[in-house]
Design a protein around this ligand. Structure first.
Ligand code: PMP
Length: 361
């Protein structure tokens, strides 16, 4: 009789066998600055309100497959005009997958830039779509000519651009992105996961470009645990994508809690404002120690000699950040730190100072 591994190795697609699962490190008792989460809980009166909403939720029933009032709140926040709609996902990761599934005709290409959010490439692999990654310039700005040439050559059905970009933190040039949208024969999705920390958005451009959708997540705005993302754009696009959405992809509790939190959107935006202020100080402190890249997100990318050793030493000091060294040739010796509370940021800087002394000696 064959072993389980013989079955697995014969039956699972080779490109899946070759993948490594997305790694989420253990973080018990550590200062957690690895995943771009908002470090703040909402204030106690709002927590009580959420507790009441949760207590009343009908968790014996399937969730509302079309939560209109939640969608309406999102539409209002974005000031979406008539003819535009919202599609909800279990985090925006799920929506990237849904888009890839919908556009993956035989031979279709998914194009993005590199380094960027790793899930674009991973999901292309999951669904069997050909992936093309166009390198950014060394300062992590878009290489417009190379991107336009790659679009011309590969005719991608789907283009993802993160605005601001992860893991580099910068906003690409708006003019360059407009040229990319205009030159694209396929759908262009602007991924605004970090919109709350930046000063620009492509939501108003939805009315201009027929091949544009904007994707956002509430994960970075204090709701990572809820898993809620959305795509905004023409109802003509979203009606088609709706067909692929699994009927109950957003649970009863995320729906109810997100709606309550959106009623207090100002509280979340205020937290984001604090994070932006703290980013400034963290940037200054970091730049006296290492090479830091400018950021319009809630994290900073920096380069330091012996990055993997520094990362391991920080862990020994109880601080977990993200090691990007080895992930992409342009990220050699790069580490990424999420902006935490002022206290967490201070502890991180103190630990980094100590680690740099050790790795230099
Ligand atoms: N897009 C970008 C650019 C991201 O960095 C992330 C999370 N790191 C996501 C999408 C996914 O967010 P979520 O699935 O939590 O909504």
């Amino acid at each position: 009789m064959s072993s389980v591994s013989a079955f697995v190795n014969t039956l699972i697609r080779p490109e899946i066998l070759a993948l490594s699962a997305y790694h989420v490190p253990a973080c018990a008792d550590m200062i957690k600055l690895d995943a771009m989460e908002n470090p703040y809980l909402v204030p106690p009166p709002l927590r009580d309100e959420i507790a009441a909403v949760v207590a009343d939720a009908h968790i014996n029933r399937y969730p509302d497959p079309d939560p209109r009032s939640l969608k309406q709140k999102i539409r209002e926040l974005l000031a979406l005009p008539e003819g535009m709609a919202v599609l909800l996902g279990n985090g925006s990761d799920e929506l990237i997958q849904l888009l890839a599934l919908a556009l993956n005709k035989p031979g279709a290409v998914l194009l993005s830039v590199e380094p960027s959010f790793v899930m674009y490439k991973m999901i292309a692999t999951f669904v069997g779509m050909r992936y093309v990654g166009v390198p950014l310039r060394t300062d992590f700005s878009l290489d417009l000519q190379a991107t336009l040439a790659a679009i011309h050559m590969n005719q991608p059905a789907l283009v993802f651009l993160a605005y601001p970009n992860n893991p580099t933190g910068n906003l690409f040039s708006r003019e360059d992105i407009c040229q990319i949208i205009e030159a694209s024969p396929g759908l262009v999705v602007i991924d605004e996961a970090y919109y709350a920390f930046a000063n620009d958005s492509f939501v108003p451009d939805l009315a201009i470009y027929p091949n544009l959708l904007v994707m956002r997540t509430f994960s970075k705005l204090g709701m990572a645990g809820l898993r809620l993302g959305f795509i905004a754009g023409s109802a003509l696009w979203l009606d088609q994508l709706e067909k692929l959405r699994l009927p109950y992809n957003v649970g009863v509790l995320p729906q109810r809690v997100a709606e309550t939190l959106l009623d207090h959107h100002a509280v979340l935006l205020e937290q984001a404002e604090h994070i932006k202020q703290d980013r400034k100080l963290l940037y200054q402190q970091l730049s006296s120690l290492v090479e830091v890249y400018p950021s319009e997100a809630n994290f900073l990318l920096f380069r330091v000699a012996h990055a993997s050793e520094v990362f391991a030493a920080l862990k020994q000091h109880g601080v977990l950040i993200k090691n990007l060294n080895g992930g992409h040739p342009m990220l050699t010796d790069c580490l990424r730190v999420t902006v935490g509370t002022p206290d967490e940021n201070e502890q991180f800087i103190a630990a980094l100072r100590a680690c740099l002394q050790c790795t230099v000696e």
